[in-house]
Design a protein around this ligand. Structure first.
Ligand SMILES: [Zn+2]
Length: 441
């Protein structure tokens, strides 16, 4: 294959895709599906577009294999988050290339991955490579706002788009270079934490602000929240999380790595525990978290309201049970005048095993991309569409052949989001080779 030409094409396709504003809300993903459909059609690949609501479009196209093995869904979300132009040094939808980088909202999250999928499919089609697995290209709406008009809509109404597939691959996971590590660390996402939205509502008599008493609704709520925040929810180290830390800590200097090979044991030591849980991301990987995010009380400063409430963004780990968590919160709050309710249908977390054929192919690809890289399974603390596709019965992973420094990752949802041209060139090659590996006949 002419990798240089495929690299140039990938850069050009991404540049054009980034220039389409698909900020969600409103999303207007249909502008993205029109672009993708046109590129596919030029290559003789038919696609289908559906609209879950006006403008909220998703697209599917399929390269057929011989059906001897299950297909692979290559999915990305078309929508991007808001870009505040005041803080960008370039136009976030200008398709600007400067000093070896392509800038734009979605350059990492995740139009770039979508274009790797697209370019790899075009390359396989042109080369006429026979496939034993179908490859399903899927571009979804609305991931950044909960997937209702995208992945969830497809799961509910167009399950036929996934027919005959066994695996799904999507965003995140990446290769972290080795400045502070003995070797580069590459991760493949196997599970995401999911949300259990809770509402705490305290009730009491209303009254005048000049004559408060201990048990007003806001006072009760504050004490209830205090008890919740001080309670220690037991730590749970999943085997996959242990494996991640075993891999990571083996790349650290000895002094830093001590204790990480047996977290469940080490976390009983108060000093280790304080240090480990002091890292917000690490802490979120070993426990259910409770973030108090919205508070509501009186509309007026001198009125004691009959009701005060708090919304809690609780995030569950694989294996957590929503009802058990709600019951635990009720016991900890321990006040019959404070109601604890699950405010929206919870997304029960799910997980894909790290010992599948696809996982092995992805791990090989990452080690080829960066020789010496250590590959570890990862549980993402944030949410992705993979949760939806796991519920459809697919083994779903977050995979990326990009080498990304922390500083680059911080641009994700931030300012001056960008991807290096080198990552795009090497990334499309790595992706295409992996698909030949796993799906080629
Ligand atoms: Zn994303």
């Amino acid at each position: 294959m002419d990798w240089a030409a495929l690299g140039d094409e990938t850069i050009d396709l991404l540049r054009r895709y980034l220039m389409i504003d698909t900020t969600n809300p409103p999303g207007n993903e249909i502008a993205g599906t029109r672009f993708l459909a046109e590129v596919l059609a030029r290559e003789g690949i038919a696609s289908e577009t559906i609209e879950a609501a006006p403008g909220r479009a998703s697209l599917q196209a399929r390269l057929a294999g011989d059906g001897s093995l299950g297909g692979i869904v290559l999915h990305h979300h078309i929508d991007v988050v808001y870009a505040d132009r005041r803080y960008w040094t370039v136009d976030p939808f200008g398709g600007v290339i400067a000093a070896g980088y392509l800038y734009g909202r979605g350059a990492i999250d995740m139009k770039s991955t979508g274009i790797l999928h697209l370019a790899a499919m075009l390359a396989l089609k042109r080369a006429g490579i026979p496939l034993k697995r179908d490859l399903v290209f899927l571009a979804t709406a609305d991931e950044e706002a909960g997937s209702e008009f995208g992945a969830q809509f497809i799961a509910d109404h167009r399950r036929d788009w996934l027919a005959g597939t066994e695996y799904a691959i999507s965003e995140l996971g990446a290769i972290q270079p080795h400045h502070d590590l003995r070797a580069p660390l590459a991760s493949i996402v196997i599970s995401e934490k999911t949300g259990l939205p809770l509402t705490l509502t305290a009730r009491s008599e209303p009254g005048h602000g000049s004559m408060p008493w201990p048990d007003t609704a806001p006072h009760r709520l504050i004490r209830a929240l205090n008890r919740l925040l001080e309670a220690e929810r037991p730590i749970r180290v999943l085997p996959e999380v242990q494996e991640y830390f075993s891999c990571l800590s083996a790349l650290w200097p000895a002094a830093q790595s001590a204790g990480h090979d047996d977290l469940a044991q080490s976390l009983q030591d108060p000093a280790f525990r304080a240090l480990f849980l002091g890292n917000r991301q690490f802490a979120a990987m070993v426990r259910t978290t409770f973030a108090v995010t919205m508070l509501q009380g009186s509309e007026k400063i001198n009125v004691i309201p009959p009701e005060a409430s708090a919304e809690i963004d609780c995030r569950m780990l694989a294996g957590d049970d929503p009802e058990e968590i709600a019951g635990w919160v009720r016991r900890v709050v321990d006040d019959e005048h404070v109601e604890v309710a699950i405010s929206r249908e919870p997304k029960v977390p799910n997980l894909s095993p790290p010992d599948t054929e696809l996982y092995k192919a992805m791990a090989d690809t990452l080690r080829r991309r960066v020789p010496g890289a250590v590959v570890a399974p990862m549980i993402l603390v944030a949410f992705t569409d993979n949760w939806v596709f796991r519920r459809c019965g697919l083994h779903s992973y977050g995979f990326s052949p990009f080498i990304l420094e922390d500083a680059e990752l911080q641009r994700l949802h931030g300012n001056d989001e960008r991807i290096s041209l080198e990552n795009l060139r090497e990334g499309v090659r790595a992706y295409t080779e992996m698909l030949v590996d796993i799906a080629g006949a």
